[in-house]
Ligand binder design. Structure first.
Ligand code: UD1
Length: 360
């Protein structure tokens, strides 16, 4: 088990940069299966989820080389359409590999990815919408098998703008002669990055980043080199680390507009923030004020920043209300904060935080 030992009490001062986005890397790595060509990816973060995804790609038949800061994936000999059970269970987002396998081979077999700490996280929206574009689904208690002769032209209305379901429908719809339109699509920047990558490969995806996405099937894709977008959640986490310690920090290689809801809340709490096109400077030279937060799909406040901002608010002046509206079980960390001296009461999907001056 890994252990972190943190000697607290220091203000953070300095300048740093963020890695490539995890949530953009995972669907882009999956997408490399579709082309049957060579893909060079830059700025892929060196993290466990990426390692598991690469392991799945290898099991499917992709050849992978790592060379300094780039990963080269050749999917010419990819031929397997089953995602191994053990790897599927290790990583929930392995479900988006299904869309990529389906696009290339028109069949895929996989087991349920299972729930996780933050909620049940079903995949009903993925499967429902696969069915809507002509994919036949056979489920039993162990496996799900998906098959189709071709993807059908359809207009899909997503019940909820699920990030994973939007990505999976895009991936499944890349190759063919159809036209698929997704209404109420997720608008997250990582979806825009996936579409940019696929379009560079020769796909025809229009409207990614808005709530209506159109995918026109193409016959083939080509070799491509691509640099993954910066990780907005890592950037936000570093900014909160600066704010919580009353520090002065600068984060480079970020896209400030990707985290504007967080920047607005940090300003409201009393931080001074300056941005350029690709950097954010933050100064927090006094105890911060309480603010209320409600997580929402992009461009709302990201659920992935909810625990970090709640920790900051636990040390701010006054009471704050944090409402989680994406995942049903994302306050599990509160018990640990309470053990350190935070005053937080959770009622359903709401946390009421009474700021304390410092943890015990
Ligand atoms: C992605 C992100 C994750 C982020 C989340 C919400 C990746 C790898 N992960 O996760 O970091 O927290 O978006 O911004 O990109 N749902 C269903 N049925 C489905 C699919 C989703 O009920 O078929 C529900 C989920 O249980 C959850 C909500 O919809 O309550 C949002 O899920 P979704 O947007 O799909 O998140 P992920 O793609 O899993």
């Amino acid at each position: 088990m890994y252990k972190y030992i943190i000697n607290g009490g220091y203000k953070l001062h300095g300048e740093t940069f963020v890695s490539g986005s995890k949530n953009a890397s995972l669907p882009i790595l999956a997408a490399t299966i579709i082309s049957g060509r060579t893909t060079r990816l830059y700025n892929v973060p060196d993290i466990e989820d990426v390692k598991i995804t690469l392991e799945i790609l290898q099991k499917i038949g992709c050849k992978i080389k790592k060379d300094k800061n780039k990963i080269i994936i050749n999917s010419k000999d990819a031929c397997k359409t089953t995602i191994p059970d053990d790897l599927m269970r290790k990583l929930r987002s392995s479900v988006i590999i299904v869309g990529a396998i389906l696009s290339r081979f028109k069949e895929a077999k996989f087991s349920y990815p299972g729930g996780c700490d933050i909620g049940a996280r079903p995949i009903d929206l993925h499967l429902q919408n696969f069915a809507r574009i002509g994919i036949k689904i056979n489920e039993n208690s162990r496996y799900i098998e998906c098959k189709c002769d071709k993807i059908e032209s359809k207009i899909i209305d997503l019940d909820f703008p699920s990030v994973g379901a939007t990505e999976n429908i895009i991936l499944a719809s890349i190759l063919g002669e159809h036209e698929v339109i997704i209404n109420n699509a997720a608008k997250e920047p990582e979806i825009e990055d996936l579409a940019k990558f696929l379009n560079k490969m020769g796909a025809k995806i229009y409207g990614a980043g808005s709530n209506i996405i159109k995918i026109i099937g193409v016959k083939y894709l080509k070799d491509v080199s691509y640099k993954i977008m910066p990780d907005r959640i890592e950037a936000g986490t570093l900014l909160i680390a600066g704010a919580i310690t009353n520090g002065i920090i600068k984060i480079n290689d970020v896209v400030p507009e990707h985290i504007s809801p967080l920047l607005n809340k940090l300003c409201e709490a009393g931080c001074e923030i300056k941005t350029t096109k690709n950097s954010i400077s933050l100064m927090a030279n006094k105890r911060l004020n309480s603010v209320d937060i409600k997580t929402m799909p992009y461009p709302g406040f990201p659920t992935d920043m909810q625990p970090q901002i709640a920790t900051l608010l636990a040390l701010s002046e006054g009471s704050s209300i944090v409402t989680e509206s994406i995942f049903e079980n994302r306050f599990k960390y509160v018990d640990e904060l309470a053990r350190m001296g935070a005053k937080i009461v959770v009622e359903g999907n709401t946390a009421i935080i009474e700021g304390v001056e410092k943890f015990g």
